[in-house]
Write a protein that binds this ligand. Structure first.
Ligand code: UTP
Length: 290
């Protein structure tokens, strides 16, 4: 069983400035809830009951969002706003166990995951990045967790992207095992398109066995002067430890940049049972777009 899910949310979110000057990027609203809520919902749906946030200064709003809010609840109760009260209560009821650890300096995703080591202990765990939302029939992280338990090895999620887009990601090379599964042979962080070993980019979902921490402790600073998670994965492979990549079933949305964020809102709003139909009409008739 995999129980623990680590959410590294200590990054600076510079691509979404000035929106993220005061508000964590994970708290930016997608239709009617902060982006991070969708990702926590995915983890909970996958059976991950222990949520661990790696936060930094100014990110406390993320923790508060998943906590009880007695004053607000009392007020909504007094005003007989039952439906809203239910919505608010559902958020805090979502997370059974929530803990947080602080990453004092934004030294990279690898460093952020290592910061969670004392809370993870000696068991396999999931890592989910709040920028990536995934719409899928089976939660993306469950697809990975099932494979990781079956193979008894770490599994990362990959998506096939056009070559000119892979340079923003970690890119794998590997042996095709069929059914979207790859045995990873190498991984490069943010390669130039012509140097990318494939078109398979690592997205923000991972399942690791605790051996990853040994490698995170060992790696030097990598691309951008940061401790890169992909460098630890590369070191693990170089040591002969098996790592797999799974082309997950589903659609990913990247909320971490301006265009991706707007596309995400649009896609989620069009699917929303309350506003989807009217939004479609508005795009088609008022804006003459569809
Ligand atoms: P990003 O590369 O998206 O960086 O990090 P960022 O700082 O959040 O955003 P930009 O690039 O400045 O706009 C990927 C994930 O790793 C976390 C981020 O919070 C994000 O979820 N992260 C990154 C940390 O927790 N700590 C770090 O030191 C770096």
């Amino acid at each position: 069983m995999i129980r623990k899910a680590v959410f590294p949310v200590a990054g600076l979110g510079t691509r979404m400035l000035p929106a993220t000057k005061v508000i964590p990027k994970e708290m930016l609203c997608v239709v009617d809830r902060p982006a991070i809520q969708y990702v926590v919902e995915e983890a909970v749906e996958a059976g991950l009951s222990e949520i661990i946030f790696v936060i930094s200064r100014g990110k406390e709003a993320i923790l508060d969002h998943f906590d009880l809010s007695p004053e607000l609840e009392t007020e909504l109760e007094a005003r007989k706003k039952t439906a809203l009260l239910e919505k608010v209560r559902r958020v805090s009821a979502l997370v059974e166990s929530l803990s947080a650890v602080r990453q004092k300096k934004a030294l990279g995703l690898g460093h952020a995951v290592l910061t969670a080591a004392p809370l993870v202990g000696k068991e396999p765990f999931a890592v989910l990045l709040g920028d990536d939302l995934v719409q899928a029939e089976v939660p993306c992280i469950k697809q990975l967790a099932d494979k990781a338990l079956e193979l008894k090895a770490s599994v990362v999620a990959v998506e096939r992207l056009p070559r000119e887009k892979v340079s923003l990601y970690g890119v794998i090379s590997g042996e095709d095992l069929g059914g979207g599964l790859w045995r990873v042979q190498g991984v490069v962080e943010k390669p130039r398109p012509e140097e990318a070993p494939s078109e398979l980019a690592i997205i923000g979902r991972y399942v690791f066995f605790p051996e990853i921490f040994e490698y995170l402790r060992r790696i030097p600073r990598g691309a951008g002067g940061e401790y890169q998670l992909t460098d630890a994965v590369a070191a693990m492979i170089a040591d002969g430890r098996p790592v797999y990549a799974l082309e997950f079933q589903g659609t990913r949305f990247d909320t971490g940049n301006k265009l991706g964020f707007v596309k995400t809102i649009l896609a989620y709003a069009l699917r929303d049972p309350e506003i989807g139909e009217e939004l479609r009409r508005y795009l088609r008739e008022d804006l003459a777009l569809l």
